[in-house]
Design a protein around this ligand. Structure first.
Ligand SMILES: [Zn+2]
Length: 97
């Protein structure tokens, strides 16, 4: 069951999200789950970069330089190295801090 809420998003960020047809509700829900340390789609030990296949733990709010982060709208995990090469084309959900 889904609940409804109102959220405030930076206007530029919202514009970019709309331009890329991101489902803002899904992105918010995924990020909240991640923050609450729930599994998104795989056990921690099975997390791997969808582009190079490297196995890493997910990144944390305290350490954004290492570990996998969740890409939207691709909805895959990506490692920092692949992210650097694809950054221009992809939208990354950043940790809230
Ligand atoms: Zn990679």
């Amino acid at each position: 069951m889904k609940g409804r809420t109102t959220i405030s998003i930076d206007t530029e960020l919202l514009k970019k999200a709309n331009e890329r047809n991101l489902n803002v509700s899904e992105c918010a829900e995924k990020k909240i789950k991640e923050i609450l340390n729930e599994k998104i789609d795989a056990p921690e030990e099975e997390l791997k970069c969808a582009f190079c296949g490297i196995h890493l733990p997910r990144q944390t709010a305290e350490d954004l330089e290492h570990g996998l982060c969740w890409l939207c709208p691709d909805e895959v995990w990506i490692c920092p190295r692949c992210l650097d090469t694809k950054k221009a084309k992809l939208v990354m959900i950043l940790a809230s801090r």
